[in-house]
Design a protein around this ligand. Structure first.
Ligand SMILES: *Cc1c(COP(=O)(O)O)cnc(C)c1O
Length: 241
C-alpha cells in the first residue's frame, strides 16, 4: 500500500516539525476504527505500532487477529471512544491504554478487571475542556480529585490527560481549548510527577495541538483517507420517538 507509506511519512515529518520543544518527541496514534487488519498490518510493517479504536466490540476481533498473527510485531492498543462500565472488563483485558476515563466508578472497574500478571493499564483522564453538553469527559474542576483516585488504584497507571475539543472553524478557539488542557496537565504534574502524555489533536488540527504541547496526536483520516459513512450510527442518534 504505497499511499499509506507516503501518508505515514508525511505525517511523521509534519509531527516532528510542529512539536513544541518542551513536549520532547511526540507520537502518532493511528486511529484504525472502520479499518481492516490488512491496513493495520501494512502500517505495522512500516513501524507504526500504536493504534486507537473507538468501540470495544469492533476492536476485540481485530486485536485478537493481530495478536494471533506471527508475522506482526506486538502492537499497542488504545481505547479512545466512550466506555460504559459494563464493557470495562473486556476493555481492561484487550487494551494497553484507555484514554477515556472520566469517572471514579469506571476507573475502579478497569483496575478490578486488569490481569495482575500484565503491566498496569495505562490511563488518561478525558476532560470535557470546552464544556460541550452531552460529551464524554469530566469537567476540568473534577480532574484533581479523579486523578488522585486513579493514581491510588493498584492496576492502573495514570499517564496524563486527553480531550476532543469541539471542531469549531476558528483556529484560535481550538487552540485555546488545547492550551487550557495543557495548563491543566501542568498543574496536575505538580502533584503527579509521572505524567508524560497529553493526547490532543486529530487530522484537522494536530499541528495546533502540537504547538500547545500535545505528546500524542490521534489521526485517522489524514493517514488512511476518508472513512466510509456509518449509516447505523446516524440512524440511532437521530431517530427518536
Ligand atoms: C475518530 C477519532 C479520531 C481521528 O479522527 P480523524 O479526524 O479521522 O483524524 C481521533 N480521536 C477520536 C477520539 C476519534 O473518535
Amino acid at each position: 500500500m504505497p499511499e499509506l507509506a507516503s501518508r505515514l511519512h508525511q505525517l511523521q515529518c509534519r509531527i516532528s516539525g510542529a512539536t513544541a520543544p518542551a513536549a520532547g518527541r511526540s507520537r502518532l496514534l493511528a486511529v484504525s476504527k472502520t479499518r481492516g487488519i490488512e491496513e493495520i498490518a501494512a502500517l505495522a510493517a512500516l513501524g507504526q505500532l500504536a493504534f486507537g479504536e473507538n468501540y470495544v466490540q469492533e476492536a476485540l476481533p481485530k486485536i485478537a487477529a493481530c495478536a494471533a498473527d506471527p508475522g506482526l510485531p506486538g502492537l499497542e492498543w488504545h481505547l479512545i471512544g466512550r466506555l460504559q462500565s459494563n464493557k470495562a472488563r473486556e476493555a481492561a483485558h484487550a487494551f494497553d491504554w484507555v484514554q477515556t476515563v472520566d469517572r471514579a466508578k469506571l476507573a475502579d472497574a478497569l483496575s478490578r478487571h486488569r490481569d495482575p500478571a500484565r503491566p498496569a493499564l495505562n490511563v488518561l483522564i478525558q476532560v470535557n475542556v470546552d464544556g460541550e453538553p452531552g460529551k464524554g469527559g469530566c469537567e476540568p474542576h473534577e480532574v484533581p480529585a479523579l486523578a488522585t483516585h486513579v493514581a491510588a488504584l493498584p492496576r492502573l497507571a495514570l499517564r496524563g490527560l486527553m480531550a476532543i475539543p469541539a471542531p469549531v472553524p476558528d483556529p484560535s478557539t481550538r487552540r485555546a481549548a488545547f492550551r487550557s488542557l495543557a495548563a491543566l496537565q501542568t498543574r496536575l504534574a505538580a502533584t503527579h510527577p509521572g505524567l508524560d502524555t497529553l493526547s490532543m489533536g486529530m487530522s484537522d488540527d494536530f499541528e495546533l495541538a502540537l504547538a500547545e504541547g500535545a505528546t500524542l496526536v490521534r489521526i485517522g483520516t489524514a493517514l488512511f483517507g476518508p472513512r466510509p459513512p456509518k449509516p447505523k450510527q446516524a440512524a440511532t442518534t437521530t431517530e427518536s420517538a
